[in-house]
Design a protein around this ligand. Structure first.
Ligand code: HBZ
Length: 823
């Protein structure tokens, strides 16, 4: 490709240039005038204006990549939870002040227009947000990288509450226009499904081909991924499904218009909706279709379009590292084998060596029920050729297992990629372990438990494959953008290098002992609380008091994360205030903030949401209790809310049962914004505590080995109830109907479950948690000590930048290097 287009200069990087471009967009693209324009018109014009500043950098990045081939990272993820795009594009292009001034000159407010953006909710939670942080870091670190995923027409559902119960509504994020995407219909890819395979023998060599039954088109939409002030703009390519033209035509020729349109709908269903289950995959056929759809399109795109024509596929591992974000894209492994063997004619062994070198796999869970398995029946029907390839991979792998460990048939059955019970099914995590060079967990403890428990046989078989990369979060979005006050204070103290080198935060350490610095830190925290007050008032009609301790637990609702433990604490405080055991005038005043979506089919999670809301209503409605505590549960917690909530928090609740939370990333965001953590020894909490120091962290609860030992000996939750009068009062109060208008049946399932099953050991950790909360209260009374600890949390958590995570992946897994953009 030679560049024949003269590089069109970007609009001038000053207020006049910005204003001119803005008016152009408003007039020519949006087709309106300043006077007539709606808020959405004004927002769209603004988004396009900012985009236009990044466009020539984007073109330059793509062109340079084509001419100067280097090893690229292709991050395959079924989810990218991006959050709003405008703010990030503004800081990445250095336009923030210019835009604010330019808009003000036109009588418009940047803050008002920013608020008009609907965030693309193309992910469930941590895993999807991590992918978004990673592509931001890769661009900022000048790594040639591309994200591949799915352009769901409906992202994660919008949560509302009716009588305190979760009700889901569709998320029409595309309704008001989508200025950040560029469709490339001419680069569509045909993706096939179903049918059968045929084997023929040519010159004594067997050759298998797939004769698919039906196909759809994958249409790419490109999104910019701008590096922070470095001239690089990488691409995120999300695929959308359309009916094939041939399919339509055939049916049209039979004259059945209605059927043709129906076929169209059928095809387009594939990318219609994001599955909202974040821990118990339902094994739905459409989900496997989604996975294969985006993976096949992405591999084809990379091999046939990103690589230059005539590229020798033997060199593929030198040119790409495909990272598999959990098992969702793991079908890429047999797909690449099919491409290399069936389509490109490589020998099996050759193809296998290439495939293994190209892929690496990240595991994000420890819960057995979260590991994806696909029934062989379904896989054979939808992807018959892939099923054959998986069988062969498995046969050869199990041969190696026998060669290494002898004929231990129990071991062979355990390690087989194909499970036999309760039904024949493909274990995707095992396929991932076999078909990759590296397998990583997402925090030290998690990686250790992967080796010791979940994938222990595989770790014994190939120990060199296992590694750890502790998660991180992007400091651009979660500090620089979300917390402008703290950002300015940090920059004043140590310069602005921290934005791209977060380890520099350690230079703040001495300021923890500077009373004036601490005073300003508190003032900023207080200002952030005021912003939150405004947001909750306008968005949810919720009133909170900024002069209380803000105690926050925001994350997906799951029993292992133990929102219930938090509720027990709230109920206990309620009880003690009501009974006069504590005095509302003198106790530390707290606002408990919850934010959590439950998977729509997860009954217990939905009951817990109802309980939080009902307890909240009672607490807030009680004239005595509400003097000292309040509960706020804004519906539809998302990235946008996090950006205002996290910087305002005093206390971060990270209270999962040890050994269950793979890492957590919210925990990092809070610490980086100067909240103190009350947490268990789980996931990345372990590393946070090690870095910030025990005296700046409220640790409680069983350790993973302790919890496992109790479970093995036979955990009996009711014994805690019997022996702990405080716990008994709390559970009895919930069971009594206190929070359900006297109806004892409403929360009976929750109480019974805690007493008789309590899989995640809420009762076992209750007392320890209550004690930790006492320590929190005591410490909070000493605001100087508390803010010293808060500053130290900021200074000591620079490690949790996603830039550092990316550097670890680069060093240990990808072996790719930066390529600065010229010009
Ligand atoms: O991934 C989360 C982990 O629970 C959390 O500990 C970790 O910090 C984070 C990033 O590594 N896992 C998820 O968010 N998982 C999902 O969202 C998910 C989505 C679809 C599934 C399964 C899991 O089918």
């Amino acid at each position: 490709m030679t560049e024949t287009t003269p590089l069109i200069a970007s609009p001038e990087l000053n207020v006049e240039g910005f204003t001119r471009q803005y008016l152009r967009e408003l007039t020519y693209t949006q087709g309106t005038t300043l006077e007539r324009a709606s808020t959405n018109d004004k927002y769209l014009a603004l988004a396009r204006t900012v985009r236009s500043y990044l466009m020539s950098r984007w073109n330059r990045t793509v062109t340079q990549q084509y001419h100067e081939p280097a090893r690229a990272v292709a991050y395959l993820s079924a989810e990218f939870l991006l959050g709003r795009q405008l703010d990030n594009a503004l800081i990445a292009s250095g336009l923030e002040e210019i835009a604010a001034e330019g808009l003000a000159g036109l009588g418009l407010s940047l803050d008002e227009l920013r608020a008009a953006e609907v965030e693309p909710g193309l992910g469930n939670g941590g895993l999807g947000r991590l992918a978004a942080c990673f592509i931001d870091s890769l661009a900022t670190m000048n790594i040639p990288a591309i994200g591949y995923g799915i352009r769901y027409e409906f992202g994660i559902f919008r949560q509302t509450f009716v009588d305190g119960r979760q009700v889901e509504e569709p998320d029409n994020w595309l309704d008001n226009g989508s200025p950040w995407e560029i469709a490339r219909p001419e680069q569509e890819v045909e993706i096939s499904f179903g049918g059968h395979t045929e084997t023929t023998t040519v010159d004594g060599v067997e050759k298998t081909t797939w004769v698919p039954g039906w196909s759809v088109l994958a249409l790419p939409y490109n999104y910019m991924v701008p590096g922070y002030l470095n001239g690089r703009v990488n691409t995120l390519r999300l695929w959308s499904a359309r009916a094939t033209h041939a399919f339509d035509l055939k049916i049209f020729n039979y004259g059945d218009y209605a059927e043709a349109v129906r076929a169209q709908t059928f095809a387009e269903n594939i990318t219609k909706v994001l599955y909202p289950e974040d821990s118990t995959p339902q094994g739905k056929e459409l989900r496997l279709q989604q996975q294969y759809f985006f993976v096949a399109a992405s591999l084809h795109d990379f091999v046939e379009r990103v690589l230059e024509a005539g590229f020798d596929l033997h060199d593929l591992p030198e040119r790409v590292a495909f990272q598999l974000n959990d098992t969702h894209p793991v079908i890429a492994i047999p797909e690449l084998m099919r491409v290399l063997v069936d389509l490109k004619g490589l020998a099996w062994d050759e193809a296998w060596a290439i495939t293994q070198k190209c892929f690496a796999y990240t595991c994000h869970t420890l819960l057995p029920e979260a590991l994806e398995v696909w029934p062989v029946e379904l896989m054979s029907r939808l992807l018959p050729r892939h099923m054959e390839i998986i069988y062969r991979i498995n046969d050869e792998f199990l041969e190696q297992v026998r060669a290494k460990f002898g004929n231990d048939e129990m071991l062979v059955r355990r390690m087989s990629i194909i499970a036999e019970y309760p039904e024949r099914a493909v274990r995707m995590a095992y396929l991932a372990s076999v078909g990759t060079t590296k397998i990583n967990g997402v925090a030290e403890l998690h990686s250790q438990l992967l080796r010791d428990k979940v994938l222990n046989d595989f770790a014994a078989f190939a120990p060199e494959k296992f590694t750890n990369v502790t998660n991180g979060v992007t400091p651009r979005r979660f500090v620089r953008l979300a917390n402008p006050g703290l950002s300015a204070l940090i920059t004043e103290a140590i310069g602005d290098g921290w934005v791209t080198d977060l380890s520099r935060l350690s230079e703040l350490e001495p300021f923890a002992d500077d009373a004036e610095f601490r005073r300003r830190f508190r003032e900023i925290k207080r200002g952030n609380k005021d912003r939150l007050v405004t947001l909750l008032k306008n968005r949810d009609g919720i009133d909170i008091d900024p002069d209380t301790m803000l105690d926050v637990m925001v994350k997906r609702l799951h029993e292992y994360k133990r929102q219930l433990l938090k509720v027990l604490h709230v109920v206990s405080q309620y009880d003690r205030l009501k009974s006069g055991a504590i005095d509302p005038a003198t106790t530390v005043h707290r606002t408990f903030v919850f934010g959590a979506k439950a998977a729509p089919g997860y009954q217990m999670a939905k009951e817990i949401i109802a309980l939080i809301n009902h307890v909240g209503a009672r607490v807030n409605g009680d004239p005595v209790v509400s003097q000292a505590l309040r509960v706020a549960f804004p519906a539809n917690y998302n990235v946008t809310v996090a950006e205002t909530l996290v910087p305002a928090a005093d206390l971060s609740e990270q209270i999962s049962l040890a050994g269950k939370e793979a890492s957590g990333t919210g925990n990092m965001k809070f610490a980086l914004n100067g909240a103190l953590t009350v947490g268990t020894d789980d996931g990345a909490n372990v590393e946070i505590r090690q870095l910030v120091g025990d005296e700046n962290f409220f640790l409680f609860g069983l350790t993973e080995p302790e919890a496992s030992a109790i479970q093995e000996a036979g955990y009996r939750p009711s014994s805690y109830y019997e022996q702990n009068p405080d716990l008994r009062r709390v559970l009895d109060l919930i069971a009594s109907g206190e929070f359900s208008g006297g109806d004892r049946s409403v929360f009976e399932p929750i109480v019974s479950n805690l007493l008789h099953e309590d899989r995640f050991m809420v009762l076992a950790d209750f007392q320890s948690y209550m004690d930790a909360q006492e320590r929190v209260d005591t410490y909070y009374r000493d605001q100087e000590a508390w803010s010293r600890s808060a500053v130290l949390n900021v200074a000591r958590t620079g490690f949790f930048s996603s830039d550092r995570s990316m550097q670890d992946y680069l060093d240990r897994i990808w072996h790719a290097s930066p390529v600065p953009i010229e010009g």
